[in-house]
Design a protein around this ligand. Sequence first.
Ligand code: HPA
Length: 246
Amino acid sequence: MSRLGIIGGSGLAKLDNLEITKREMVQTPFGEPSGPLITGMLSGHEVIFLARHGYGHTIPPHKINYRANIWAFQELGVKKIIAAAAVGGISNNMAPGRLAVPEQLIDYTYRREGSYFEGGESGIEHIDFTFPYSQSLREVLILAGEKANIDIAQGGIYGVTEGPRLETAAEVNKLARDGCTIVGMTAMPEAALARELNLDYVTCAFVVNWAAGRGDSIIDMKDIEKYMQVGTQQLRQLLAAVPALL
Ligand code: HPA
């Protein structure tokens, strides 16, 4: 069985229930990943974990070396990646505290290194990205939710913004008109890079705030902290149920 990669998002810089066996800093042709990749056993299965924002949460979304991160996973034999992400909720069913496994995304980012194919020696490649997420991994997460008794919104569209600032209310209205149900800053170029390397990739989003203009008032960081804790706790339980289903 291939190794499972887990990318921890905001609030998930470590997995408490991971029995760590190795930590390694992987060098890649694109520089260093966000930190050492941590190998360990989770529910009897070997997984490799990486905190996307670094272990001290020091790297903002627009500065993450996405190419090095995904390359490093491949280098260590990972074929499937579950990527956790804190997001804002846009549609009514995406209230703070909810987990979601989106089935589509829209990329609004504009200043990130987004491909391994830069022309010249690295070549030119146009990957098919009709369905950005692995359907089989989405099903695994949904099933894991059922097993662990965790409510998960199945589907929706993840709008990926550049950040690091949060959106204006008008921007969120535009995202809603585009069909986005959640908004975050990290699914791209991560998902596309995984596809370029033929890795199965899925986002497990947890909603930590109402997106700008959707809640009662302005976005409160204290509330985000609170929902971050709720979300990461649920996420840990969910992830522990995944290995048995692979
Ligand atoms: N917008 C963008 N990214 C986010 C948000 C948001 O409201 N919440 C958490 N990540």
